[in-house]
Design a protein around this ligand. Sequence first.
Ligand SMILES: C[S@@+](CC[C@H](N)C(=O)[O-])C[C@H]1O[C@@H](n2cnc3c(N)ncnc32)[C@H](O)[C@@H]1O
Length: 374
Amino acid sequence: MEPRPAWLEKYPELARLVEKLTDDECTDLEEEPAKLAELASQFLPDLALYSPIVDLPELAPASSDVVAATLPEAKATDMPGRKREQAGAFTAALEPLQHTILDWCCGKGHLARTLFTQSRKDVVGYEWNSDLVADGNRIAERFGDAVRISCQDVMARDILVPEKTHAVALHACGDLHRQLLIQGVAADVPRLSLSPCCYHKPGKGAYKALSKGVSIHEPALVLDRNDLRLAVRETVTAPAGVREQTKTLSQWRLGFDGLQRMLRGVDQYLPVPSYPPGRMQEGFPAFCHWAANKKQLFLPENTHFEFWLEHGQQRQREVYRHELVRHVFRRPLELWLVLDYAVFLEEQGYSVRFGHFCPRALTPRNLMLDATKK
Ligand SMILES: C[S@@+](CC[C@H](N)C(=O)[O-])C[C@H]1O[C@@H](n2cnc3c(N)ncnc32)[C@H](O)[C@@H]1O
């Protein structure tokens, strides 16, 4: 959005440090933000705290226990491999399971069935997509699992969290998991466990921390949804082909950005919707025609596409380097958000375990909060 982000003026040595990096050095630092935090700490001393801050306890037990808690493939109908393993690791990290269970935003109930198989406790699932509800109930019935999924909008005003249940949520997006925290606490559930994701979805406007502690100590940190998006901007699980396509698309978008600023005579970013991946082989000029059409801009016949493509490639090179710095703040920001939830739960009389429930390679959204009423 901003060709020269404001921090470049404030930290010129840091800007020079990243701008001089080779592509290989960038790839290396992208994989290991701790290294960049260490390098950058000479200009931003607080970054020396990066490694101790992001070093969290492992909540998962030994790998044999994780395997034992994972549904065997023969029972994993419609379940992608990663989801099967995530559900197994999530379940293993919560042992022993002592209450009936509520699975919040449960999709087809993959986690619900994993939890039932391990604990033999009845599980109720809430999910609002009726196709997923029907499929999930059919699969549970086929395997004789005591899992019942209700078609339920969890954001409904009259949403009811059953008392005396262990409420769980695996990768329910922002407002959905925050709603569980609020409603679960209101229902005084004995245990509440979640692994959050997509902190920025689906709401709009300023973000409001949940805990009193954070509101008192951090009144200066005002985040909007766009800031929250940073916490989940990671492509660690994306295959090389997808990464290459993302890079090309980024070059095209930035090339078109230069072109539209010139055509409009306005030096301002113009948001362009997602480009259908199936049209990538049509090339850069076709992309510009498509984007111009979406924005009701007229492209002159003599548009010098090669020039704008080079402009985009150059900008992508800079943006990639500037983003490395931005990405150092990704995990600390995520931890700030989740620790706010933890403090909120403690303020409500829960004792909270906090850490990883699975390796980052299985999912970058691998944080877990496990709260038990004192
Ligand atoms: C990212 S998926 C996670 C599904 C499941 N927990 C898992 O890990 O496989 C989020 C689920 O939340 C459901 N969902 C979204 N908004 C909802 C709402 N307002 N009420 C109930 N379910 C909702 C979606 O349909 C989707 O199945």
